[in-house]
Design a protein around this ligand. Structure first.
Ligand code: NAD
Ligand code: UD1
Length: 340
């Protein structure tokens, strides 16, 4: 059976991807240093899939401990999720972000060469598009002009992977640029569980619903959009996870080199529309106010999804209502865990 190493596999997107890989028949090995996840996620994944997993508590920046995974397993391909991801924290602690995100992918590239592995998928972000072009963003839209160190790490790693591929002409590298991953697994057993006060819209709203925060502040309603609030391309995390399975299937017969794909729905949803969808799922309203704009926010960002559709045969299926309903179900589960 084909063994896939999933780094950061106990994190938000990684855990959902492990579930999808298992149901597609891949054997999965998980590596995670638990810096932003909990070991209990491993049991929860197993509960969903009815399978057990080989798990390594390693820091992927550390070459010698990461090497052991490759010595003990015949790894066929790697999905590299491990990394730090908070925009605001990256502005406070840029060196932590540059060192963790860049050193971990360097270790992975070294090990790929030493163990003759040909397939690597890297988690990038739509944040690399910055303000350089108008949406919908295609994979050929200009990148760079990032507004924070987190975004720059993604941009730099994309370049590093192109150099790596030029120097190693037997390697297949897929860069996936995620738009706004949200929602949770239908079981309610896994989902996003951020440390501290969340910056992102969905976890903040579920925090308000659970009573952790008093109200949501909508960052600006004077943009030139349908209702004045910002537009984003929210994609259900289970659809996003399936995008990784599609990418692995594509790599089975693809040519060596770097391929870049957007993973989004291609549909824009405003902040107010998200609030309405939550209220519809809940059956009642919740507390919010309009505040000033947030610095660095683009008014509108959504994907052109044609390339992923044509080449990966990937199409996100779940609606904004599915995203809200599954987030609410997961929030109920977190409350139960915290009150245990
Ligand atoms: P997450 O923090 O939930 O998951 C990342 C996992 O990696 C965590 O479990 C963490 O403990 C682990 N990790 C971090 N550094 C590590 C290291 N050096 N060695 C081993 N494990 C390490 O984040 P996520 O939302 O699941 O994101 C996964 C990837 O996707 C990240 O690279 C992130 O930048 C990227 N991404 C996320 C989003 C998003 O909105 N969530 C958007 C675009 C891109
Ligand atoms: C943010 C990051 C981006 C990162 C992405 C996924 C910034 C400027 N951008 O994108 O680099 O890749 O998260 O992690 O931080 N909103 C509110 N009130 C809130 C929270 C958000 O109104 O309390 C609005 C925002 O203004 C935005 C939308 O909701 O219009 C979505 O915000 P968020 O979830 O933070 O995602 P992005 O801004 O797209």
């Amino acid at each position: 059976m084909t063994k896939v190493l999933v780094t950061g596999g106990l994190g938000y997107i990684g855990s959902h991807t492990v579930v999808e890989l298992s149901s597609a028949g891949y054997e999965v090995v998980i590596a995670d240093n638990l810096s932003n996840s909990k070991l209990s996620v491993l049991e929860r994944i197993s509960k969903i899939t009815n399978q057990t997993y080989e798990f390594y508590n390693v820091d992927c920046c550390d070459y010698s401990s990461t090497k052991e995974i490759f010595e003990k397993n015949k790894i066929d391909s790697i999905i590299h999720f491990a990394g730090l991801k908070s925009v605001s924290e990256s502005i406070q602690k840029p060196i932590d972000y540059y060192s963790n995100n860049i050193e971990s992918i360097i270790t992975i590239q070294r090990l790929i060469c030493e163990h003759n592995i040909s397939k690597l998928i890297f988690s990038s972000s739509a944040t690399v598009y910055g303000e350089l072009s108008d949406p919908p963003f295609t994979e050929d839209s200009p990148t760079g002009a990032c507004t924070n160190p987190y975004g720059w790490t993604k941009w730099m790693i994309e370049q590093m992977l192109r150099d790596f591929s030029n120097a190693n002409n037997d390697k297949k590298v897929v860069i996936l640029r995620y738009f706004n991953p949200v929602g949770a697994h239908d079981s309610g057993l896994i989902g996003e569980d951020p440390n501290g006060i969340p910056n992102n819209l969905f976890p903040y709203i579920t925090g308000v619903l659970s009573g952790k925060y008093e109200k949501l502040t909508i960052y600006g309603d004077d943009y030139d959009t349908i209702d004045g609030t910002c537009i984003r391309d929210y994609i259900h995390v289970c659809d996003l996870a399936q995008g990784h399975v599609k990418a692995l299937q594509y790599m089975q017969n693809s040519r060596a080199g770097v391929d870049v794909f957007n993973l989004g729905t291609g549909r824009g949803t405003s902040v107010k529309q998200v609030v309405d969808a939550f209220e519809k799922s809940l059956g009642h309203s919740f507390n919010y106010e309009i505040g000033p704009r947030r610095e660095g926010d683009l008014p509108v960002a959504y994907a052109n999804t044609l390339k992923a559709k044509e080449i990966l045969q990937f199409c996100a299926k779940r609606s904004i209502d599915d995203m809200c309903t599954s987030s609410i179900k997961w929030q109920t589960e977190i409350n139960e865990i915290t009150h245990d």
